[in-house]
Design a binder for this molecule. Structure first.
Ligand SMILES: [Zn+2]
Length: 138
């Protein structure tokens, strides 16, 4: 097969695999990740069997690699610090949602005066919409 098509991610020309119908991405690891990540996000949101299977696989992997996250955290202190702050945001969001359920009619401020960390939200890294998470300093 001599036909070449342009990769939907890296825009380079490549020879599609004749066994893959409607192939849009080349075989590079980055392009395969760009193809698979949205597919998997969609699958996790819509297919409970797939989601459960992923959960079971993750648990089994963790059993086989019991020290992975502990050593990852000590190898990557910045990751550990950021993750701890983000967990604080999740905990706070959960408690705010709990408060909102208790009394939806009473207005309340989500941000109290004080010292905070400001962390750029990685999911929205475009220049127009910068989402910033506000985390109370300890
Ligand atoms: Zn590519």
């Amino acid at each position: 097969m001599n036909l070449m098509i342009r990769c939907a991610h890296c825009r380079r020309f490549f020879h599609p695999d004749p066994r893959v119908k409607n192939q849009r991405f080349c075989g590079s690891a980055a392009c395969q990740r760009a193809r698979k990540t949205p597919w998997q996000r969609q699958k996790m949101a819509t297919d409970p069997d797939y989601k459960e299977n992923q959960r079971v696989c993750r648990k089994e992997w963790q059993k086989r690699h019991p020290h992975y996250w502990r050593s990852y955290r000590s190898r990557s202190p910045e990751y550990f610090r950021r993750n701890r702050l983000l967990q604080r945001v999740r905990d706070r969001t959960r408690s705010i949602k709990g408060l909102a359920k208790m009394d939806a009619s009473r207005p309340f401020s989500l941000v109290k005066p004080g010292a905070y960390y400001l962390i750029p939200h990685l999911a929205t890294m475009d220049a127009l919409a910068q989402k910033v998470l506000v985390i109370p300093a300890p």
